[in-house]
Design a protein around this ligand. Structure first.
Ligand code: R5P
Length: 238
């Protein structure tokens, strides 16, 4: 009862999720140093990081995980290289749809997960930035997006149906990624043995990639109520 009264007298601080995204992005960008090759993520939170990089006037080069992020960065005067010529990235900063305290994440609501995973794998350090709504005890409530070669759509959809309770083609099957792939948003996995599930999805012919990031992320900056928490992954990356 006392706790309830205290709640009404002193309401918890309310912050705009966009302010939290900006704050998480700003904290991560403080890790960027002149001379680095930096991976630019995709989405609304990653866009804050791109703006923060531009505002900091850092002398860096970047690679982008989507056409949208490349266009935003170039519009702000940031040098963006073609990733096809790159084998190693110093640091990547990207958003997430869900992230847990061991830095496992679900990504790809914006459809960029395949390029994001390639750039993450090439990165010495991969940081996820997010507002507090993305932090979860256990990943798995968000849809896991699976990018599929349109040629194999029906076959892959059938295979995914054995792994998930719900398999929904994005935009009724009309959505296309920067790679020309379709996306199936998959929910309620029949197993939460994530490494085995990730391997099974990836092994289906026609699958180009998926949004389960189980080993790629080194750290997460989560901002909630004006406070930034940094989570560091403890296990070795690969
Ligand atoms: O494909 C999109 C990416 O994985 C995004 O980083 C993720 O969906 C988070 O986006 P936002 O920061 O807009 O919530």
């Amino acid at each position: 009862m006392l706790a309830r009264i205290a709640f009404w007298l002193v309401p918890p601080p309310m912050t705009d999720p966009d302010d939290d995204k900006r704050m998480a992005a700003g904290a991560a960008v403080r890790e960027v140093r002149d001379g680095m090759l930096v991976g630019l993520g995709t989405g609304s939170t990653a866009a804050h990081a791109i703006h923060a990089i531009a505002a900091a006037g850092l002398r860096i080069e970047t690679v982008a995980t989507s056409a949208a992020s490349a266009a935003l960065a170039r519009s702000l005067g940031i040098v963006v290289r073609d990733f096809a010529d790159v084998v190693r990235v110093d640091l990547t900063i990207d958003g997430a749809d869900e992230v847990d305290d061991t830095c496992r994440a679900i990504k790809g609501a914006g459809g960029a997960m395949v390029r994001e995973k390639i750039v993450a794998a090439a990165s010495d350090r991969m940081i996820v930035i997010a507002d507090g709504s993305k932090r979860v005890a256990v990943i798995g409530a968000a849809a896991i997006p699976v990018e599929v070669l349109p040629f194999g759509a029906a076959f892959v959809s059938q295979e995914l149906t054995a792994l998930f309770a719900s398999v929904v083609p994005r935009d009724g099957g009309h959505y296309r990624t920067d790679n020309g792939g379709m996306v199936f948003d998959c929910r309620q996995a029949v197993t939460r043995e994530w490494p085995a599930l990730a391997a099974t999805i990836a092994s289906i012919p026609g699958v180009l990639g998926h949004g389960l990031f189980l080993t790629e992320i080194d750290a997460a900056y989560i901002a909630a109520g004006g406070t930034v928490t940094r989570l560091e992954r403890r296990l070795t990356k690969r």
